[in-house]
Design a protein around this ligand. Structure first.
Ligand SMILES: [Zn+2]
Length: 389
């Protein structure tokens, strides 16, 4: 399947127009030599480990939820890890596509999947996506007769740069009311044309058309749960939904693990800007700052944090199914095995004394004793060192 056809399918599943204006979505890396797409790798983040995996799979397209290229770049050099990845993708002939906030916003996307972890409910969008109308302005005027209307339409047809739509109705003895919509770029020429010819200038009005909300699309979700659950159950449900052994919980003021959660507000990733001020029994997001958590808790809202990408990654498996059924069977759609949140829990381990990463943090007493022993060695050897901070 050609890359352009895959990209078209991706945009059908989540139109890029749903992404936030600050975002950098769509096809980010496009190799010069087109080749059929046979293997697609889905990842939350494009890291060096994921690129190793993509190369070992001879992948043709990487779909990285977070855009690996975000800020404008003036050079492609090896010292920047994201630029290195872009270079590796190009050299291996791999394309890179990023959907990011278009997946967050789309109905049935990341945030609907996230809120679904607490069970069914009445779900609404926290920050609505609006769409601009196809034409930005409306012009209205009145003509006295059908002949004048036809003359005006002929005049307007000569104005290029926009597709004109018109409707007209005739009220008794008040002439014919005509309404056109047009693009902003076509507006000056249209006004000039109408004013200079058949249309009395006093009857011409111009108004700007408002954006309209796109039902079900936008950032964050709120849900009034069909079956309220306790805070403790909410934690267990989210752990199962996100396939995590640990979550962090801040209990809202006056709440306990047995308090009931009826209303929940979620936002995948770093959700404070969307969740802030929302009345809910519980917030679920990837990360919030210390002070944002304090604000939520003080207003009686409990907070579950999963770490950033853990609140997003599970959607890759949902999307994999949606994409695979729309592509020929010969195209493999895989979810990365190497992709993971950079913050990991360190489980207790008693394998062996020097078990590196798996060794738990030593308790404070051990650290203090070790520091005292080190101090003793330094003193007894006669060395003096300035303290390091
Ligand atoms: Zn994110």
């Amino acid at each position: 399947m050609q890359l352009s056809e895959v990209v078209q399918t991706l945009e059908q599943l989540a139109p890029l127009s749903l992404a936030e204006s600050w975002d950098n979505v769509g096809l980010l890396v496009e190799p010069s030599a087109p080749r059929p797409v046979k293997t697609i790798l889905l990842t939350n983040d494009l890291t060096e480990a994921v690129m190793d995996e993509a190369e070992s799979l001879s992948c043709d397209l990487i779909i990285s939820y977070h855009p690996p290229l975000f800020r404008p770049i003036k050079r492609l050099v090896q010292r920047d890890w994201k630029q290195r990845l872009a270079i590796r993708a190009l050299e291996a002939g791999m394309a890179v596509f990023s959907p990011h906030t278009s997946w967050d916003s789309v109905r049935g996307g990341v945030n609907d999947w996230l809120v679904g972890g607490l069970g069914s409910g009445h779900v609404s969008v926290l920050s609505q996506t609006f769409r601009s109308p196809p034409h930005s302005h409306r012009l209205e005027f009145t003509v006295k007769s059908g002949e004048e209307l036809n003359a005006a339409i002929e005049e307007l047809k000569s104005c290029d740069g926009s597709t004109l739509q018109h409707s007209s109705n005739s009220a008794e003895n008040k002439g014919i009311h005509v309404s056109f919509t047009c693009s902003e770029s076509a507006l000056p020429h249209l006004v000039q044309t109408l004013s200079g010819h058949t249309v009395p200038s006093q009857s011409l009005t111009v108004s700007k058309l408002e954006k309209h909300p796109l039902s079900g699309h936008g950032q964050g979700r709120a849900s009034v749960l069909d079956q309220p659950v306790t805070v403790a159950t909410a934690v267990e449900k989210m752990k199962a939904h996100l396939s995590l052994s640990h979550l962090r919980l801040a209990l809202g003021t006056g709440q306990s693990l047995e308090s009931l959660v009826q209303t929940v507000a979620v936002c995948a990733g770093s959700g404070a800007s969307v969740l802030n001020g929302t009345k809910a029994d519980l917030y679920v997001t990837g990360e919030m700052s210390h002070h944002e958590v304090l604000d939520a808790v003080a207003s009686g809202t409990s907070v579950i944090l999963s770490d950033h990408s853990n609140s997003e990654r599970g959607f890759l498996f949902i999307f994999r199914e949606r994409l695979a059924v729309r592509l020929p069977e010969a195209v493999s759609v895989l979810v990365s095995q190497a992709d993971r949140d950079p913050l990991q829990q360190r489980p207790n381990c008693d394998h062996r004394p020097n078990c590196g990463l798996l060794r738990p943090d030593p308790p404070l007493r051990e650290l203090t004793e070790a520091a005292e022993r080190k101090e003793h060695v330094i003193k007894s050897s006669g060395l003096s060192r300035s303290p390091r901070r």
